[in-house]
Design a protein around this ligand. Sequence first.
Ligand code: PHB
Length: 387
Amino acid sequence: MRTNFLAPLLLAGALCIPALAQEPVKIGVVAPFSGVAADYGRQMEAGIKAWMRLNGDTIAGRKVQLLVRDTGGPNPEVAKRLAQELVTRDKVDFLAGFGFTPEALAAAPVATEAKVPMIVMNAASSVVTTRSPYIARLSMTLPQVSAPMATWAAKNGIRKVYTLVADYAPGIDSENAFKTAFTAAGGQVVDSVRVPLRNPEFAPFVQRIKDAKPEAVFMFVPAGEQSIAFMKAFDERGLAKAGIKVIATGDLTDDNVLNAMGDPVVGVITSHHYSAHHDSPENKAFVRAFKEVGGNLPRPNFMGVGGYDGMAAIAEVVKKLGAKIDGDRAMEVLKGLKLASPRGPISIDPATRDIVQTVYIRRVEKIGNEYWNVEFDRFPDVKDPGK
Ligand code: PHB
């Protein structure tokens, strides 16, 4: 009798002692936290912290430790150096973050060399996951979100489109995927322009688009300041009045800056994987938690949800592997992983380590004093069409 009585206590003790001795789970977050893209990093970090707010900061007895590093980017050399320091000096279990494709590409060989899983929370050029077997992407790819916009536009009577994209890998991916899907559906791309990644002056490009008289302009530029600048030029040059519509990937109507874009953005149609307006219990809980940890960030955007889901994926690995994160075993956990994300159901394609997810078609609406991406159509289970 007596031994039976003591058994649960002894068992509890046995479970507790190793838990107390556990090392923290170290996550090195590499992203811009200063400069024009400072909100990329801030959104991802707040997304990670929102996950911890809802699920706790200890996984399998290991406390989560974030080592946040600012690239001030886009800045590939700095991203590579920071990733290197995180794996060699700080001995992180995971690399995470990566807002810009060039930064992710620069860090990829570091992940390979050290066999450290690298959780991409935004960088969205198709090629990223091919650069290291230790990369899993919890964000999107540009072709994945661009092709559905083309299919939707062609189905809804838009025939002649002018494309404008940022002149680097994600922009070129977006342009190509849009063109392929749009022409396959019977549409015509009348002309295409690529604008510099840094500080583009949109007015002359917008004027050329106006002169070409397309029915719509399809565009991708990296989220943030540039979206505001584009919509300002579009408004000032009177394109909407000339009957030219804007269709875009949701980077243009990024939730982080949407309220700053104002009335010219109402009615703009975009395709993307996440809207803060998405109606689900998971998203409501996420938005609430994000507001508690996000400082002065107005609401989560797609990089915020990338941070949240990236952290959820890391948690699954830690739960399975416990005290020691072996890179190869971690990738086995990540391949085929399914999660109920605030954006909807997601999974990691075991063949490409890219995300499979619903892509939504949304329209910007003003509700009260705020602007939102309101979803009204969807393409379920979309993969990168080029892979
Ligand atoms: C990228 O560089 O991969 C990137 C940056 C900003 C975006 C989307 C993609 O909004």
